[in-house]
Design a protein around this ligand. Structure first.
Ligand code: SF4
Length: 332
């Protein structure tokens, strides 16, 4: 849950998840719809599907217990080198390296490492140094936290590296004066802290306009499920399309797509959201009295407002639900 997501955002999701799925068996027994519903709004939905699949793999495995080595962790769906290293070291105190954005910043500054750390050679070099550090920490004794918890040595080393990057070796304004490794830091000695890491600038975001239509009939709305294998697979959404650029009127374009008069589409406030590099403006319309246009397709179903609440929607389409006029109110 914490990949690409802040702790404050994750906490309520974590609490709900753990209350619903207290162990791996409970997760395996749940239908995918239920799993996605609990992840609704958290984004990067392949994480939820991978957790579900990984749980099934663990329960069905010969050992029937959570893997504790990098190699066996890497065999689980959705677990890459970083996550495998984090689990093996933090949870099982194995001398496995980790390399996330914070650790990369600390190490590139400590070593004054030139080159983009996202490219192969600098990255392999950093993995090797992260391995050296965690290997050297092994056998140095457990650390006791102020609140009494014992941390294994490898677990403590990796968590300290991440914490150092998150709280001291900041991207802008590194707090070198309180840094515990300041005397060993080459960037500090050279006064070049902010030059590292030498990451190439990100590509510019791409602007897009999409449209979604809530087709309502006798209190029910037409929704469809996103196909397997694509973006946001398994989530429900209102039908819609991408709007070509340029277009003189989004509403006219959508009316033409549906084959209905333009005045049957009541605009709702637009929604802005982002998916990876894309900055999407989602123009939304509420349509009543138009039946079910052919173009919307037969692969969907009518649901009333109660069912709408129970289905898993992506964050943008959940916001559309919140924008709908209350039942019984005039549409426009
Ligand atoms: Fe980062 Fe400064 Fe510490 Fe070097 S001395 S690791 S630049 S905080």
């Amino acid at each position: 849950m914490l990949q690409q997501t802040q702790v404050q955002t994750v906490i309520p999701y974590w609490n709900r998840w753990m209350a619903t799925f207290p162990d791996v068996h409970a997760l395996v027994a749940a239908p995918e719809d239920r799993v996605l519903k609990l992840w609704e709004g958290l984004g990067y939905y392949s994480r939820a599907r991978n957790l579900h699949r990984a749980a099934a793999r663990i329960v069905g495995s010969e050992a029937g217990r959570f893997p504790d080595t990098v190699e066996s962790l890497l065999e689980l769906p959705g677990i890459g080198r970083y996550t495998a290293g984090a689990i093996a070291s933090i949870a099982f105190n194995k001398p496995a390296p980790i390399l996330d954005g914070n650790v990369v910043r600390v190490l590139t500054r400590l070593l004054a490492l030139r080159g983009d750390p996202r490219t192969r050679l600098p990255q392999e070099f950093l993995w090797a140094r992260a391995q050296d550090l965690v290997t050297a920490s092994e056998g140095r004794g457990d650390i006791r936290m102020p609140w009494g918890e014992r941390l294994g040595d490898c677990s403590a080393l990796n968590q300290s590296l991440m914490e150092l990057g998150a709280t001291v070796c900041l991207p802008k304004g590194a707090r070198c004066e309180i840094c515990p490794v300041q005397t060993r830091c080459r960037a500090r000695a050279e006064g070049t802290q902010e030059r590292y890491p030498e990451t190439a600038p990100r590509q510019a975001p791409i602007q897009k306009v999409h449209a979604a239509v809530v087709v309502e009939q006798a209190g029910s709305m037409w929704v469809r499920q996103r196909p397997a294998g694509g973006v946001n697979a398994g989530f429900w959404e209102f039908p819609g399309l991408e709007i070509p650029d340029p277009v003189d009127s989004v509403r006219r374009h959508v009316a033409g797509w549906l084959g209905v008069p333009e005045d049957r589409l009541a605009p709702l406030p637009p929604i802005r959201h982002a998916i990876t590099r894309y900055r999407i403006q989602l123009e939304t319309f509420h349509a009543t009295g138009i039946g079910l246009p052919d173009v919307v397709g037969s692969a969907g179903r009518w649901v009333d407002r109660q069912e709408l609440e129970a289905l898993a929607f992506t964050a943008a389409h959940r916001r559309i639900v919140r924008l709908l006029p209350k039942a019984g109110m005039p549409v426009a």
